[in-house]
Unconditional design. Structure first.
Ligand SMILES: [Zn+2]
Length: 406
């Protein structure tokens, strides 16, 4: 599994925001193609890269039961450099702060990272500090691949048929776009896209986004008196009119939602502010969007000569109501985690997954841990031992789903 992981993270699969083509970056498919080849080597002869840029493959079962699905995404976040990843394995880590060699400012300090502090003696994988590691979600891919390879070598173990999917563009909220549920053909699935050991995420945020385009009027500053309508200033006022000290990612945790201006661009003629809004509660999410809409309209109330356009999008919705209808999906995962010798826990995520979209489309898909931590950061790290536990959980899940419904 580690060998696979180190190979996959070296492939640059960084995605891009607001690109209409799919995938958003062609290079994501470099890894997809590599995975098709490796799946065929393992013996999953139907492995294919579909027209919709998804890798599908089947490991036949040894028991005639419905198939179970495992899903991970090949892309990495557009927010952090994903090219030139040089993974480092800190074998049998002794507990000292880990200085990343490529950037002297990047230190993994166990005093500040409780999850790391608990992993003295583990093999810890990091980047060199100049790029992300890509454990999100190549840890999930390596675990699924390693589990499939193990199961293929062990036909004597009773197992349900397994369907594997590797998607693109999860990080830009388009991972499950046009996902062919009929072709996937499973009644239950799991994304391997979580984090801490033993966690099963059964609740995600509901997510929307808003782009506010402010049009002013650009005039030469030397003759601008009474004419210039500066979109840069209007955009700044919009951002500054957001609630202070609350309702932001940096002031909330747990089930608290937020609105978040994550990108601002433009000039005095036209400025664009991109927001996301998140909440576990759909009604509260609607209120957050209404707040943003109101603040955007206030821009033109203050400066009637300006023009404001609002564009809204829905990204995904909380999977919890859908997961609740399929208790066996959760029970099977908790049982598999226990069989690996790990104490399972149910968790909520302050994010979304491909599974959130698939769950709302009728395929219950909670999110399993991968052992990766500090995602979307050059300080991203993963414990090889926790990753192995995730791979073993997949192996056990194949067995649990081969057993009669308790
Ligand atoms: Zn992910």
């Amino acid at each position: 599994m580690l060998g696979r992981f180190l190979r996959y993270v070296r492939v640059d699969t960084q995605g891009a925001y607001r690109v209409s083509q799919r995938p958003s970056t062609e290079k994501q498919l470099d890894l997809s193609r590599m995975l098709v080849d490796e799946l065929r080597e393992i013996g999953l002869s139907d492995a294919e890269l579909t027209e919709n840029a998804t890798v599908f493959a089947t490991l036949p079962g040894t028991v005639a039961t419905p198939a179970v699905g495992f899903i991970a995404h090949v892309d990495t976040t557009p927010d952090v450099i994903g090219a030139g990843v040089s993974p480092i394995v800190h074998e049998a880590w002794e507990g000292d702060a880990i200085q990343l060699p490529g950037d002297s400012r990047q230190v993994l300090d166990p005093m500040q990272l409780p999850a790391l502090a608990e992993r003295v003696g583990h093999d810890i994988v990091t980047s060199d500090g100049t790029t992300l590691l890509g454990a999100d979600d190549k840890a999930g891919i390596a675990e699924i691949m390693a589990a499939a390879a193990f199961l293929a070598r062990h036909p004597e173990r009773p197992r349900a048929p397994i369907r594997i999917a590797f998607t693109v563009d999860e990080e830009v909220g388009r991972g499950a776009e046009d996902f062919d549920l009929d072709a996937f053909g499973v009644a239950a699935a799991y994304t391997l896209d979580g984090s801490g050991l033993g966690e099963l995420e059964v609740e995600t945020f509901s997510a929307k986004s808003m782009r506010v385009t402010i049009r002013g009027l650009s005039v030469h500053p030397g003759s601008a008196k009474g004419k210039l309508i500066n979109a840069v200033k209007l955009a700044s006022e919009l951002v500054m009119s957001l609630p202070q000290g609350r309702l932001s990612p940096e002031t909330t945790e747990g089930r608290e939602g937020y609105v978040h201006p994550h990108r601002i661009s433009g000039n005095s003629e036209e400025a664009i502010v991109d927001f996301i809004a998140r909440d576990h509660d759909d009604e509260l999410l609607e209120r957050h969007m209404a707040l943003l809409r109101g603040l955007a309209h206030e821009v033109v109330e203050r400066e009637p000569r300006a023009h404001v356009d609002i564009e809204e999008r829905s990204s995904y919705s909380n999977m919890h109501p859908y997961i609740e209808e399929s208790p066996r999906v959760v029970e099977a995962a908790l049982e598999a985690i226990r069989r690996v010798g790990v104490e399972p826990s149910l968790a909520i995520t302050r994010g979304g997954t491909d599974g959130a979209v698939l769950s709302s489309q009728g395929l219950p898909t909670p999110n399993l841990f991968t052992g990766g931590q500090e995602y979307h950061s050059v300080r991203e790290w993963a414990s090889v031992q926790d990753m192995a536990a995730a791979a073993a959980t997949i192996v056990e899940l194949a067995a649990v789903w081969a057993e009669p419904d308790p």
